[in-house]
Design a binder for this molecule. Structure first.
Ligand code: COA
Length: 177
């Protein structure tokens, strides 16, 4: 995701998440923050079909948001976007990838469980009365050779092996993946 994607992303975000959607300004500030990586998926004609973002800081990384357009679901885009988040966490040296999801969001919970996320905690009424949040976590596997400084790709920049800088907490009320 680049700055020129933000207007399209904010429109799809509003369609998908309604009143709890991130604003365009929040996407702008996330794109500028350390340890973040965001992706978009577009059709061959340029239509925005989905996006996702992850933040990594030290041992923990978070899936911050993930969504696909309703008409584009069930084709593996969610799967590909989540894989991008997992690879980002691995590149920045995280050992765990976490996320929050509404317990009743069955398609999302199935996607996460398929990717090896396990239920870590349940936050009662987190999204409003009767809408609990699940905190889910997945281990991030590392190839020891690729992560060892001085081995693997000798041209790899330090950012690939160093942990990211700490990040600010998420804005209250913002959606989580
Ligand atoms: C959760 C979400 C991102 C999943 O996106 P998606 O693009 O539909 O994800 P996928 O296509 O990878 O997987 C969805 C289903 O399609 C199936 N599928 C994937 N590729 C397929 C294909 N080529 N043919 C048939 N089925 C396929 C998957 O097995 C999965 O099936 P399941 O739900 O029965 O387990 C999407 O539903 C969404 O945007 N929801 C609203 C926003 C949201 O809730 N975000 C998460 C907040 S925590």
């Amino acid at each position: 995701m680049r700055w020129w994607d933000v207007a399209d992303v904010a429109r799809l975000e509003a369609d998908v998440f309604g009143p709890t959607a991130w604003s365009a300004e929040l996407f702008w500030s996330e794109l500028a923050a350390a340890g973040r990586a965001f992706w978009t998926a577009r059709s061959a004609t340029g239509e925005l079909l989905g996006y996702a973002g992850a933040a990594s800081a030290g041992a923990d990384a978070d899936v911050q948001t993930i969504a696909t357009a309703p008409a584009a679901r069930g084709r593996g885009l969610g799967d590909a976007l989540l894989r991008a988040c997992e690879e980002h966490a691995e590149r920045l040296g995280a050992t765990a990838l976490l996320l929050e999801v509404e317990a009743g969001n069955a398609p999302a919970v199935r996607l996460y469980e398929r990717h090896g996320f396990e239920r870590l905690a349940r936050r009662r009424d987190y999204y409003g009365p009767g809408a609990d949040a699940l905190v889910m976590r997945r281990r991030v596997e590392h190839d020891p050779i690729a992560l060892e400084p001085g081995t693997g790709d000798p041209g790899a920049p330090a950012a690939l092996i160093a942990p990211a800088a700490p990040i600010a907490p998420r804005a209250p009320g913002a959606p989580t993946a």
